[in-house]
Each structure stands twice: as C-alpha cells, then as structure tokens.
Write a protein of this length. Sequence first.
Length: 363
Amino acid sequence: MKLTVTQENLARALNTVGRVASSRTSLPILNNILLRTENNQLILAATNLEIAITEHIGAKVDSDGVITIPARLMTEFVTNLPKTNIVLETEGTKLLISAGNYQSTINTAIADDFPALPEIKSDKELVLPSDLLKKAVSSTVLVSSNDTTRPILTGVYLHTFDGSLYMTATDGYRLAEYKIMPLKDEISAIIPSSTLTDITRVLSEDIKSIKIKLGDAQITFELGDIIVTSRLIDGNYIDYRQLIPKKTDTVATLEKSEFLRITKISELFARESAGSITIKADPVAGMLTIHSIASQLGENTSEAEADIKGDGSITLNSRYLLDALSVIDSDKIKFQFSGKLAPTLLTAEKSDDYKHIIMPVKS
C-alpha cells in the first residue's frame, strides 16, 4: 500500500474513528484502526463490537492495500504533524510515514483479525436535519441511566406514536420526551446513549442532514463521509406515557432566566441535603419561591415573579431541575405539579413538543 493524504484530513478522520477504539478489551486488535484503500480513497474504521465508525477521505493512491495500526499512537502522531502532505507506505509489517522533515515507522497488524464491519439490510430509512437530531439527542440523553443492570434505561427510545417521531429517555427519577417531526412509518428502536453522544461529537457544521437506516438489531447513521453503525438494545421500552401528567393542580409560568438564577442560588445551599430544594407557588403574591437548607452553613430563600394558577409546594432535586431548564429552548417556562408526590412537568410556555418530567423527593 502506498498513498498520499493531507495532514488535516487524516488527523480529522483518525480523531473521528479512533474514539471507539477500545483499550479495555481482551482483543488487542480492537485497539487498532483499519486503513484500507478503495476507489482512490482511504477508508478508516474502528470498532469496539458495539459501535463501528468509518470515514472516507480523498487520497492519491499509488498501490492498494489494507492494514491496521495502533489507534492512539497514530492519532496523536498525525495530529502533531505540520499541515502538509503525508505519504503512507507499507513495508512488510511496518507502516512508513513521511511528512516534510518527519519520518516514522509504526508496527502494524494484519487486517485478517479485524472484525468484519457491519452492513445492515433495511427497508426502514429516514432523513433528519442534523440540527434537529442534535437538539433531540441533547434534550433526552442527559436523563438516560448509567445503571447497566437495567440496560433498557441506558438507551434512548426512538419511536413513532400517533403519527409523530419521538425520542425518549428516563433513569427512573426523571424523563424527557422530544417530539421530532410527523412520520407515518412505524419506528421502534432503543439506541445506546453512548452512540448518540458519539454522533453529536462527530457532527460538523457542513453536515446538514443525516440518513438513518434501521435493521432488526442494528442502526446506521450516515453523516456525509462518516458512517456510524451501532447495535440496538434488545427489549421493550417501558410504558412511560402513563408517567406524563395530563392535568395538574398548579401551573406557574415564569422567565427561564429568573428560574435558572433562583435554582442555581438555592442549589448552593442544598448540597448537604442531597440537592433537595422546596418550591412553593403563591398565586396571591405571584411568586415562585425556592427554599433550601445547609445545616452547617445556613439557609436560603429565593423567589421570582410568576403567573400562577393554583397553589402548593413540592420538593425536587436541584441538579435535575437545572438540567431540565438548561435544555428547554424558550424564554419562558411552564412549571406544573399536583401535590407533593406526583411527577412535575416542565415545558416551554407555548409548546409541549418537549416534555421534561422530574419525580419529587419525598420530604
């Protein structure tokens, strides 16, 4: 194999695919990145057996070939090279790298031991604007669970319901549902949260749309020259819609910036009490009040003007509330609850396309 590529293209591709190369594995080959020439292009690929990323970059190919190289060493080396053309040439089991005044040799491993890259056959395809997918992911993935004993909850549920496509995630204490767009096709897939996080990291501004292909056990995202293929989480997602309040006794509408401010201040005093803050709605005074106590430091009461219907109080985890407020895209927030034990619902003032549920803290 012999080819020439630019440092910028090779460094970007190595950083993109190298993020899934695993050093914590009993299979040493998974520490490597596959390099393969095809149709005057260089294809780079890496996998950890749960997710695979490939990228095609332009190259001047003098002779074809396929090898694997250590992901971390190759990525860090190429990233630190000057912006110039790089010549890659194999000599036996070694890769010779030349770039200006830099010459290095890296030991390779034969590609025969590298896992076959997944190819899925699917009659279910959809195309989403990249900014819409990125917003849906960022709004839901933050509430997915890290508890591997409940694998279903470590993923994000992509599905259709009543003619619309949704993304949903929950960790049992909070829940987020994002309505993406109208869609007639039936879709149901539980995607690992780590996969979606990787996709948002490799998305660049010049990628305007993403093609999604769904198989029985895998899903593929095509992002321009980058292809991400991931396993799906097996199982049925929980019947979460019963957790979303259809009607609440108390509704407070207030400026998001003020809600964030009083929550952040209250959170400072709530750290000793596992983040617990008590929120009280007073329709007569037109105030939403947050109270928090730090037994060793003192206590705090912060309030913000709000349009309130109904009254009452509820105790929530302040970090969960801050997470919800940070992803709701609206100048004003609608904050709804019923008593001290029912789920709390947060939405934008004028749209409920995004719903964020927080379970109360039993105080």
